[in-house]
Every structure is written in C-alpha cells, then in structure tokens.
Design a protein around this ligand. Structure first.
Ligand code: PMP
Length: 396
C-alpha cells in the first residue's frame, strides 16, 4: 500500500527549527519562528491566562463534549471582539460564529463550507502569503492563484497591481485578505486602500475571507479591528477567521474561531447549521480548555483589562525592536532608507535580504530567518539585537 508513497517536502519553517536546534553555535538566534518571545527570549505565559486558569481550578468542571460550535460564551465574546458587541450584525443575529482549532481551524471550516456553497470558485491569496493558505484551500479542492502584493523594489505594496487583480476577478472569486499584520511581509494597506478593495469586492460580487491572526499587534485591538467594521458598513457577506495563538500566547491550546456575516438572522441560522456539519465531519467538536480561558478573560472586566495591557506591552516591545534594529544598522554604517522596518506591522519583517544573505546569516552567524528574507522581529530582544544587527551588516 505504501511502497510508492513519496516523501513530502519538509515544512520550510519547521525545517529551520530543526536546523536551529542542531546548531552548536552558542550565539545562535532563531528569527525563523512565528512566535512572540519576551525580552528574555522566553515564550510568555500571560498573567491574565494564569489568573483565568486559577479561577477555573477553583471551580473545576467535568469535561463533557462541547456543543459542535463550541462554548457559547466564547463564541459571543469572539463576536464582541471582532465586530463590537453593539454592532448591528451582532445584535441582529446576522453573524454565525463557531469555535475553531486555532486560526487554521477557522480557515479550514470556512474553506469546507465555501466548497459546498461556491464549489467552482478560484481562491486568490496575496503574493506572498502565509504558506498554509495555498495548501489549505488547494486541499479542499479549490484552484488557488495569487494577487500581487509585495513590491520588493519599492519596499512596500504593489497596490495598483493588487487592485487590478481584484478588479479582474470573476464573480464569486474568494479573495483571502490579511486583516492586519501581513504575514510574511509586515506591510498592511491603508484605510483608504481598504475602502477601494472593499468597493471592488462589492462591485464584482467577490467573496472576502479575512484572516485575523494578529489582532492587537498592529496599532491596537480596536484599530486593527476597524477593517472589519468597513466590510460590515459596505453591507457585504464575508468570512473572518480569528486566532488567539499569538494574542493570548496560547499557541498549543489551539484557540480560534470562524465568523460568517450573513444577510439576515435566518440566513445565519442556516449557515451555522452547515458550519456545524463541517466541524462534525472534521473533528466532531472542539476542545474545552483554551477557549474557556479566553472566554473567562474576555468576559471578566479585570482580566480583560489585564489582557489588553499585556497585549499592548507585546505590541510596544515589537515596535521598540524595530526602532532599535534600524538604529543599530544605521550606526553600523548601513546606507539608505531603513524606515520600512519601522513602518511594517506585526511580528514579521521582510528584511529585504536575499536568499544568499539569509543562508550566510545561518551558516556563518547562527542567525536563522526564512530564505525569503522574512525575520521575526518578535524574537529580537535587547540581548540578541546587537549580535543580529552586526551579522546582518556583515552579509550585506
Ligand atoms: N493565519 C496567519 C496569517 C498566520 O500567520 C497564522 C499562524 N502562523 C495562522 C493563520 C494560524 O494560526 P493558528 O496557529 O492559530 O492556527
């Protein structure tokens, strides 16, 4: 049965982690990961999470199966966070929200449902995008193509190209968009550019699927969420996948969600029934622990404030690392405008380094980033940034 099975290619980023682990250089730094580390290079355990878990331990609960769509209070809290609790789509019951296994689970449930209601569509993802977008939608059976995004020459976004591709897409095409903190480039379009994208999606009858994996890491929770309000205001039906992996530092708990905005409450009820079938046939129902933590934090005012402060601290630290990196590179004599590093949002930076330079960074200095030039700024800290900046200067 398995004699002809081919070896699958290694996941490029997980492969880097293995290489990093095997590297004996004591000064090695892993900037390949998509994980936030604190200034001591440690994965944070948020205080709001510890406190929520303490409260949960005080009133321990048996672990029965959850409903297929997850913890009701969690789904409601997600809606409040993503759309605003007072948003008409929420109060009017027009959003179908389900708990999902991380942001990836939200994307997969959305893709399965889309394959039923929109089977002949093409999915357009940004060029480049998070590696898994293409694989995930292809696996469900969609042809996946790209719209222009990164503009290497101008260190930014090829917005004219992006808009032209969206404008040329046939009705029904699924447009996958990073709601904020674009992975891997770090470049986000502006509010006015979002307005143009939304107008085009509406005019051409396209289907928007927003991937929101970094809410709060760009400019703030509400600021990053504003784009969702623009889609609501345009009167569109659309999808939003949510991940709390980064914003709660709960990577291994697999906490996420999928929300589908519908035209009416009655439509949302039907859509929810189909999302439940997608969940049932994938993994039956979601796990309890992580979503209970997030629901407790989001619905307990003191914990919510604690979370917002802790998330703000992560966001601010990343921005400080961006500024410090530019300072160190400039001090070391790097010529040219490096302001793009500070302009980028979220955990990643397309550094502008090429593959050869990234290979040299690894081989000669033990500084691990992705061959595309992507580095995780959230893995820089006051102890390693000098070493990393020196290494970058030497390969430039
Ligand atoms: N979308 C994007 C853009 C991401 O960067 C990630 C995580 N790397 C995900 C989705 C998946 O998130 P999760 O780990 O919660 O499944």
């Amino acid at each position: 049965l398995f004699s002809a099975v081919e070896m699958a290619p290694r996941d490029p980023i997980l492969g880097l982690n293995e290489q990093f682990a095997a590297d004996t250089n004591p000064a090695k730094v892993n900037l390949g990961v998509g994980v936030y580390y604190d200034d001591n290079g440690k994965l944070p355990l948020l205080k709001c999470v510890v406190e929520a878990e303490r409260q949960m331990l005080e009133a321990p609960k048996a672990r029965g199966y959850l409903p297929i769509d997850g913890i009701a209070a969690y789904d409601k809290a997600v809606q409040g966070l993503v759309f605003g609790a007072d948003s008409e789509v929420v109060t009017g019951g027009r959003v179908a929200t389900v708990q999902a296994i991380g942001g990836t689970g939200g994307l997969k449930i959305g893709a399965d449902f889309l394959k039923k209601v929109n089977p002949n569509a093409t999915v357009l993802i940004s060029d480049p995008s998070w590696e898994n977008h293409r694989a995930l939608f292809s696996n469900v059976g969609f042809p996946v193509s790209t719209y222009p995004y990164y503009d290497a020459e101008n260190r930014g976004i090829n917005f004219a190209g992006m808009l032209a591709a969206i404008d040329a897409a046939p009705a029904g095409t699924v447009i996958l968009l990073h709601a904020c903190c674009h992975n891997p480039t770090g470049y986000d379009i502006t509010g006015e550019q979002w307005d143009q994208v939304i107008a085009s999606i509406k005019a051409r009858n396209l289907v928007a699927f927003l991937d929101m994996a970094y809410q709060g890491f760009g400019d703030g929770i509400a600021e990053d969420g504003a784009v969702i309000g623009k889609f609501v205001a345009a009167g569109l039906d659309f999808f939003v996948s949510t991940s709390f992996s980064k914003s709660f530092s709960l990577y291994g708990e697999r906490v996420g969600a999928l929300s589908v905005v519908c035209a009416s409450k009655e439509e949302a009820t039907r859509v929810l029934s189909q999302l439940k079938i997608a969940i049932r046939t994938n993994y039956s129902n979601p796990p309890t622990h992580g979503a209970q933590i997030v629901a407790t934090v989001l619905t307990t005012p003191a914990l919510r404030t604690m979370w917002e402060d802790e998330l703000a601290a992560m966001r601010v630290r990343i921005k400080e690392m961006r500024t410090l990196l530019v300072e160190k590179l400039t001090a070391a004599g790097v010529q040219g405008d490096l302001s793009y590093i500070v302009r980028q949002k979220g955990m990643f930076s397309y550094s502008g380094l090429n593959k050869d330079q990234m290979v040299r960074l690894r081989g000669e200095f033990g500084v691990y980033g992705v061959d595309s030039g992507r580095i995780c700024v959230a893995a820089l800290n006051t102890k390693n940034i000098g070493y990393v900046a020196d290494a970058i200067v030497k390969v430039m």
